[in-house]
Design a protein around this ligand. Structure first.
Ligand SMILES: C[S@@+](CC[C@H](N)C(=O)[O-])C[C@H]1O[C@@H](n2cnc3c(N)ncnc32)[C@H](O)[C@@H]1O
Length: 226
């Protein structure tokens, strides 16, 4: 059975009647031994933004549990690549080219201790807050996570590197998109087919981190972990 924590990863409108927890993507994920149906979203995202080869790439995946995206990234990066997954909850081992850390992305000291590499080719974030059902609150929390992921990307990506992050649509989205546009040469928003009907999640992808982008201190945007 697939990990039911996916539920917390989805931000749905009030139209829950169409929600089918065991749709075709769920069944395909299960058949292919993938830990999350969201693995298909990543494959489609990478295809749509034209990131066709990740062979030998260095990648960090934020909000990586239970590990569906890590499974795809590990396969694409291959034996010569290095993939790191970070999440609040522990992730069961994936493979020899994947390491994981259990930490809160808001905790700069924990990130420091993890000793994450610089010069990354790709930073992905599928992080989602625990939803409250209060639209404005959930959107604000999602945007806070995206800003933290962006700060992480600015610090750890190589110039020219790529950033992909899940965002809850809502007030403030344009400001967030502007912040991402300021540091990447090319920015696209993508709504993968595997996104559940009624969900307000989309993904923002920034390609080509501008060489002039200085790392931004996470402390400027980060709240202290609870
Ligand atoms: C949609 S799930 C990720 C699914 C994952 N992409 C996969 O394919 O298995 C979102 C994850 O974000 C994590 N998350 C939320 N806030 C976080 C934080 N502050 N630091 C680290 N992880 C966080 C949650 O624990 C949750 O596992």
């Amino acid at each position: 059975m697939l990990n039911t924590r996916f539920g917390r990863c989805n931000f749905r409108s009030s139209n829950v009647a169409r929600y089918n927890p065991k749709d075709r993507f769920y069944r395909q994920a299960k058949a292919q031994g993938l830990r999350a149906r969201s693995a298909f979203k990543l494959e489609e995202l990478l295809e749509k933004i034209g990131l066709r080869s990740l062979k030998g790439a260095k990648v960090v995946d934020l909000g990586a549990a239970p590990g569906g995206w890590l499974q795809i990234l590990a396969r694409l990066a291959g034996a010569g690549g290095a993939v790191v997954g970070l999440d609040l909850v522990a992730i069961a081992p994936i493979g020899p080219n994947v390491t994981t850390h259990t930490l809160d992305i808001r905790d700069s000291a924990a990130l420091e201790r993890a000793g994450l590499p610089a010069g990354l080719d790709l930073v992905t974030s599928d992080m989602a807050p625990k939803t409250t059902g209060i639209h404005a609150t959930d959107v604000a929390r999602s945007h806070e996570l995206v800003r933290l992921a962006l700060a992480f990307a600015r610090e750890h990506l190589r110039p020219g590197g790529t950033f992909v992050a899940k965002v809850f649509m809502g007030e403030g989205f344009e400001d967030l998109e502007r912040e991402i546009r300021a540091v990447f040469a090319e920015v696209r928003t993508v709504r993968p087919e595997a996104t559940r009907q009624g969900s307000r999640e989309i993904y923002v992808a920034g390609k080509g981190l501008k060489a002039s982008t200085p790392p931004q201190s996470r402390n400027k945007t980060a709240a202290s972990p609870a």
